[in-house]
Design a protein around this ligand. Structure first.
Ligand code: TAP
Length: 481
């Protein structure tokens, strides 16, 4: 049954957009070399003008971070650093509604997700790492592990504030200072975070935010004053960064793409599994590195699962990201919409069967309906390449061994899901899946205490948990735990 819902838009009045934003360097907003515009992907309306940081601006940001590192932050006792992180976490909570609305405006994701997932998790990352700041000597890396110095961080557009929190919170807790570059299409919550740093009285230069495009990211990565690079983004750019850093002696962690298998066995509770499949691929329009973009369903229950999935997809509501009823928001940019359309076109051309529920798309903005492909073979591009959109490719298997074989046949290795009643089968699968995260009877669950990261072309290094601290500490030869 399909229910009709009246619009329930969240008010934009909580957000005070400025016409123009500078770069956040040394604790203040400063002018840069040129400007660009950031738009709402749902309406194509210009939201604000943002500064493009050139190499000389990046240079100033690195100098500010170095000064703050040497004079203040690296020398500050952990219990004092922790107080700043707690303060930031509390302010994120206090300004949660403003952050959520701004994130949905700039990114296009449903307000339900920015309000209930992105912002609370961002606060949780600061709370969690605030707790570590004075306990690093007990984390298993020796009695007094040292920070690395100035960290250059480059993040993507799919979870702008949350990816910032994943990067900034552990770096600061460990005593490093930061130069962060948000994605070109989603700079606004990072700039609001800069205001939060001011509100928290964070010493100037501990966090610096340089907005811009890929060239700005390149300038951050290449800067000789950067001691460590932390990158989240595409595998293609990640490889470039790995090459650039290989000869520089910089420490690097890379969180890259994925093509996760979500494996449904014949004894799985179908309704729950269908919720997990929907959450796995349509959450955040499928703009999720660990999205369950390949459904592997056991052949004997294929018809039942697909019928239930189609019914459930028919109830998804696509539209205004600020409407509290919306399940599927806008695609983040025209470039991403073009990429999704091209890959979906290849799926049809290669002979897979495409299906979407009836789903009117708004006239303006960037939209793609929830889509499922059946009759997919392992050789099809839609089964191999990351689409990063609301598009699911369905494959089948007969035995657990065949499921493992198909799930692992990918250059990626970020995440996987297993749906079955049998605990022994979950353990058997989890020990054979080459993925950094394996969810059992759930999908897309995140917690700051749980390490997250990939194998193979999904990158290396972990974010979150004790493992995530190691990436920001000078731990020669690894930890002792
Ligand atoms: P990218 O195009 O790789 O961009 C990521 C960031 O790097 C952006 O800030 C981008 O700037 C910047 N950048 C682009 N070229 C660069 C260069 N040559 N040197 C340094 N920085 C550069 O990825 P995307 O399309 O924004 O994000 C989607 C990808 O991120 C997907 O593959 C997804 O799987 C991956 N991702 C992975 C994870 C984890 S945790 N593994 C999490 C989220 C996303 P511009 O925005 O200005 O281009």
């Amino acid at each position: 049954m399909r229910f009709e819902y009246s619009p329930a838009p969240e008010s934009r009045s909580v957000v005070r957009l400025r016409d123009s934003y500078g770069l956040f360097i040394g604790g203040s907003f400063v002018a840069g070399s040129s400007v660009f515009k950031t738009i709402s992907p749902a309406t194509e309306e210009v939201l604000a003008e943002v500064t493009h940081a050139g190499p000389e601006d990046v240079d100033k940001a690195v100098a500010a971070a170095r000064q703050a590192y040497e004079r203040v932050w690296s020398e500050m006792p952990g219990r004092e650093r922790g107080k700043y992180l707690f303060r930031i976490a509390r302010i994120i909570q206090e300004r949660a509604r403003e952050l959520a609305v701004l994130e949905s405006m700039d990114n296009g994701k449903p307000i339900r997700e920015s309000r209930d997932v992105d912002v609370p998790l961002a606060a949780a990352h600061f709370f969690y790492h605030a707790g570590w700041a004075d306990k690093l000597g007990y984390a298993g890396f020796g009695p007094s592990p040292r920070p690395l110095g100035v960290v250059g961080q480059v993040i993507p557009w799919n979870f702008p504030l949350l990816m910032l929190a994943w990067k900034v919170a552990p770096a600061l807790a460990c005593g490093n200072t930061v130069v962060l570059k948000p994605a070109e299409t989603t700079p606004l919550t990072a700039l609001l975070f800069a205001e939060i740093c001011q509100q928290a009285d964070l010493p100037p230069g501990v966090v610096n935010i340089v907005t811009g495009d890929g060239a700005t990211g390149q300038a951050v990565v290449a800067h000789p004053g950067i001691d460590k690079v932390a990158f989240t983004g595409s595998t293609e750019v990640g490889k470039e960064i790995a090459r650039a850093c290989a000869v520089s002696g910089k420490r690097v962690t890379l969180e890259l793409g994925g093509k996760a298998a979500n494996v449904v066995f014949d004894d799985a509770p179908v309704d729950q599994a269908v919720e997990g499949i929907v959450n796995g691929i349509f959450f955040n329009q499928g703009h999720v590195c660990c999205a369950g973009s390949r459904l592997l369903v056991q052949e004997s229950v294929q018809d039942e699962v697909l019928a239930a999935l189609r019914r459930r997809m028919g109830t998804l509501r696509l539209g205004d990201p600020l409407d509290k009823n919306t399940d599927v928001g806008a695609i983040n940019s025209r470039a991403q919409l073009d990429k999704i359309s091209e890959l979906v076109g290849s799926g049809e051309a290669e002979g897979a069967a495409r299906w979407s529920p009836p789903c009117p798309l708004p006239d303006r903005g960037f939209w793609f309906p929830p889509t499922v492909f059946t009759e997919v073979s392992q050789a099809h591009r839609i089964a191999r390449e990351e689409i990063f959109g609301p598009v699911l490719s369905v494959l089948t298997f007969r035995t657990p061994a065949e499921a493992i074989e198909k799930a692992n046949r990918t250059p990626y290795g970020l995440s996987a899901g297993v749906w079955t009643e049998k605990g022994s089968l979950i353990l058997w699968m989890a020990s054979r899946l080459r993925a950094g995260v394996v969810w059992a009877n759930t999908f897309n669950r995140f917690d700051p205490s749980s390490p997250f990261g990939g194998y193979k072309e999904s990158g290396f290094g972990r974010e979150g948990g004790r493992h995530g601290l190691e990436a920001y500490l000078d731990v020669v030869g690894g930890g002792d735990v």
